[in-house]
Design a protein around this ligand. Structure first.
Ligand code: PHE
Length: 502
């Protein structure tokens, strides 16, 4: 039999009676561990060796654990400082001892809890007594920490280890060791005699130029061998969804809007015919900012919006007959929706006066004082958009959504009549979650009322919407909890593996 050199070396180093680890064989043959592992898998394919694996517990000191190896456990430091202060004879004040022990911040609580648990002494009404018979030098946790710091697999009692792990001083992990053992066929092969072939691992320009490649024997690659997972950087699921949304909307002829996250209530609410005493405008729902009022809102526009609120707009219009204040309109808050941007663009303050037809969108962050739950975040992204044209109807809106969501493979959106102070008619959009089958709300939309478009100086129809980017991402990735997507509770494994399907 002929085998590549490295396989032969591994075969010869393997034993029929003992499992030998890849590391042992590597040390003996002088080959790299990954070369040994690769050769072992090749030999296993030929039935000459059996490759096994054993999982071992690994123990590693955390940063906190390591710091105590140097400085001593907090409870031991407290004990020693107490002893120095004479707390074995009569109780001494805690404050002084803590200072002497050099304990700071969370270390104080750690010291006190473990001091009591280990019976080093007692603390009563702010005074510390130490037990002169206690022996921190013989403390099992301290001894184990020191042994772990010295390394080389010390034997540590299971209970002590549990304690150290629960204190966060030791991290428990797992390591997989591969082992190799000769099979009967392997033994037979060695008895009959195996010859080494020289194999070429890589084709080089020299081999080609010299023509030697013609006679060379090439090493075979085992592309199924287990390898470590390499994790590179990756664009966040939400960012990829947002990028895709932008591509789709630009493809549908939309232009992108931009504007401030902290904006005047005028743009966020007043332009939208939201009465100033609307519940959504109270401090419970909005994130008001303690900054100077916003300057630069055009006076005539402000007057027209005020008139719509007070007296209504158009022949049959009626106002709210409730107080309206320009000062409140100028107050600044974090925007609760990006419809503030639509107002800026429709009014013409964001750029040129717009003539129909126009299509605009944004994919931007909004802020709401909601309660966190699986479908709500305090900050999320809205896909805002509007179309300005003569004679728009609800069919145009529905058709736009159907076209948009189809690009993400979503063909079963549903519409429900709704109410917004600023649109008539209005409707909410729902989509079916691919995992739970639940109908989830994915957006809100409508045709702007005359009370909105009139004061802005727009005299044709404008249909508009705000869709939730995170909800779209839930439908395309199957995420069941919005908090898996972003924020402090984000699920790293999910973010690593989720595909944005479209
Ligand atoms: N501003 C609405 C929201 O945040 C969405 C919307 C925008 C509805 C424009 C109608 C028109 O829910």
């Amino acid at each position: 039999m002929r085998l590549p050199e490295r396989q032969l070396a591994v075969l010869e180093a393997a034993s029929a009676t003992d499992e030998r680890t890849v590391a042992e064989i590597a040390a003996e043959t002088g080959l790299k561990p990954e070369t040994v592992a690769g050769a072992a898998f090749d030999l296993a394919d030929e039935g000459l060796v059996a490759v096994g694996s054993a999982t071992d517990e690994t123990l590693e000191l955390t940063d906190e654990g390591r710091s105590y190896v140097e400085a001593g456990l907090p409870e031991t430091r407290l004990y020693r400082a107490g002893l120095d202060a004479g707390a074995d004879a009569k109780p001494v004040s805690m404050g002084a001892v803590i200072g002497e022990a050099g304990l700071e911040g969370p270390e104080v609580d750690i010291a006190l809890a473990n001091f009591a648990r280990k019976g080093f002494g007692t603390v009563e009404s702010g005074e510390l007594s130490v037990d002169p018979d206690a022996d921190p030098d013989a403390d099992a946790e301290a001894t184990a920490l020191a042994a772990l710091a010295d390394g080389d697999d010390p034997a540590v009692d299971g209970d002590v280890l549990d304690q150290l792990a629960s204190r966060g001083l030791v991290d428990r992990g797992e390591s997989v060791t591969r082992t190799v053992r000769l099979t009967d066929d392997g033994v037979d092969a060695l008895m009959t005699g195996v010859e080494a072939t020289e194999t070429v691992g890589a084709l080089t320009p020299e081999l080609l130029a010299s023509g030697e490649w013609r006679d060379a024997e090439f090493a075979e690659y085992n592309v199924e061998a287990e390898a470590e997972t390499a994790r590179g950087g990756r664009k966040h699921v939400l960012r990829r969804t947002a990028d895709r949304v932008k591509d789709v909307l630009v493809g549908m002829g939309f232009q992108e809007m931009e504007g401030p996250h902290a904006d005047a209530d005028f743009w966020i609410n007043d332009c939208l015919f939201m009465p100033q005493d609307h519940p959504a405008r109270t401090h419970w729902d909005r994130f008001a900012l303690d900054v100077d009022p916003m300057e630069g809102i055009p006076d005539e526009l402000m007057a027209r919006v005020e008139a719509a609120h007070r007296d209504g707009w158009g022949i049959d219009g009626d106002g709210y007959h409730s107080p309206w204040s320009a000062d409140f309109a100028r107050e600044v808050a974090l925007r609760g929706h990006t419809t503030s941007l639509s107002m800026r663009y429709l009014s013409g303050v964001a750029g040129a006066e717009l003539e129909p037809p126009q299509r605009y969108f944004s994919v931007e962050k909004v802020y709401r004082n909601d309660t966190l739950d699986p479908t709500h975040l305090l900050e999320f992204f809205q896909i805002e958009g509007w179309v300005m044209a003569e004679d728009l109807s609800v069919r145009d809106l529905m058709g736009t959504f159907e076209e948009f969501y189809r690009q993400f493979g979503i063909t079963d959106i549903r519409f429900k009549p709704h109410y917004n102070p600023y649109t008539e008619p209005s409707f909410e959009l729902f989509g079916e979650h691919p995992e739970t089958g639940e109908e989830i709300e994915i957006g809100n939309s409508g045709v702007f009322r005359e009370e909105v478009t009139g004061p802005l100086g727009v005299d044709c129809d404008v249909m508009a919407w705000g869709l939730a980017l995170e909800r779209l991402a839930m439908l395309t990735t199957g995420a069941e909890d919005i908090r898996d997507l972003h924020g402090t509770l984000a699920d790293i494994d999910f973010l690593r593996n989720a595909e944005v399907s479209y």
